[in-house]
Design a protein around this ligand. Structure first.
Ligand SMILES: Nc1ncnc2c1ncn2[C@@H]1O[C@H](COP(=O)(O)OP(=O)(O)OP(=O)(O)O)[C@@H](O)[C@H]1O
Ligand SMILES: [Mg+2]
Length: 238
């Protein structure tokens, strides 16, 4: 098997004295959609923030295309090709949709290609084209999520990490966003998705890691996990 795009080995992290992640091992294959599921407080967001370099790792390694990213700064990790769509979307108030999207491209100098990616996002989410001059934070939750995903794509990453795709959104919108992720994946992006809604996550992703109290409890193909009695009981309503 070829080397995975992202490989996490024995990763540990936390906040001050409080350790949250314990010896996490995980991999994301190039071109895959992989999800991380687990209940509130399991450490899913902390894991993504550690990969992004926002939370320092206290042990273990994060390898991306074989390179060790563990000690790099968040901007360096973004530059290497990992974009992070944060929990709660975090768009900038007072900036238009277009400017929020362009912020994702702040490290890029290839202006023509930036325009091309903007066009790709507007094709994917036509509402963003219509609303491009509107203050991004005045849009609906679903539109803001589209903008946050678009901002992630604008850095032209190899790996797009999304923290809570569906949170607070109506089922129809979640379906629309799920389809968009599959389209983005087909366009060549590898996706690491954190999701509370395990049903949705398993529909989109080929592989999953189940995290409980900061440890990987189970992992494998979503098709297999969806049939597991413990997983069904704990996350899929029996
Ligand atoms: N900035 C912080 N300072 C201190 N502790 C934190 C901080 N952020 C998170 N924690 C703690 O780390 C643990 C894991 O939180 P994290 O946000 O990673 O969980 P999660 O799996 O993303 O949960 P949720 O599903 O609610 O988003 C929790 O016990 C939380 O209280
Ligand atoms: Mg979280």
């Amino acid at each position: 098997m070829s080397e995975p795009l992202l490989k996490i080995e024995g990763l540990e992290a936390g906040y001050g004295e409080v350790q949250v992640l314990w010896k996490i091992d995980a991999q994301v294959g190039e071109g895959d959609i992989v999800c991380i599921v687990g209940s509130n407080g399991a450490g899913k967001t902390t894991l993504l923030r550690t990969i992004s370099g926002v939370v320092p790792a206290t042990a273990g390694r994060i390898l991306f295309k074989g390179d060790d990213l563990t000690k790099l700064r968040p901007d360096q990790i973004l530059e290497r090709g990992i974009a992070h769509v944060p929990e709660g979307r975090r768009l900038f108030r007072g900036l238009t949709v277009r400017d929020n999207l362009l912020l994702g491209a702040y490290l890029r100098r290839d202006n023509a290609e930036v325009e091309r990616d903007l066009h790709f996002i507007f094709e994917l989410f036509p509402i963003l084209r219509e609303r491009q001059k509107q203050d991004a934070t005045t849009m609906s939750g679903g539109e803001q999520q589209m903008c946050a995903i678009g901002r992630g794509i604008m850095s032209r990453p190899k790996l797009l990490m999304i923290d809570e795709l569906s949170l607070g959104l109506a089922p129809r919108l979640v379906e629309r966003l799920s389809e968009a992720l599959i389209e983005i994946n087909r366009a060549g992006l590898t996706i690491l998705l954190v999701e509370q809604d395990v049903m949705t996550a398993f529909e989109i992703a080929s592989n999953a890691f189940v995290i409980e109290t900061g440890r990987v409890r189970m992992h494998g193909p979503t098709k297999v996990l969806a049939e597991d009695a413990d997983i069904r009981q704990a996350y899929l309503g029996g």
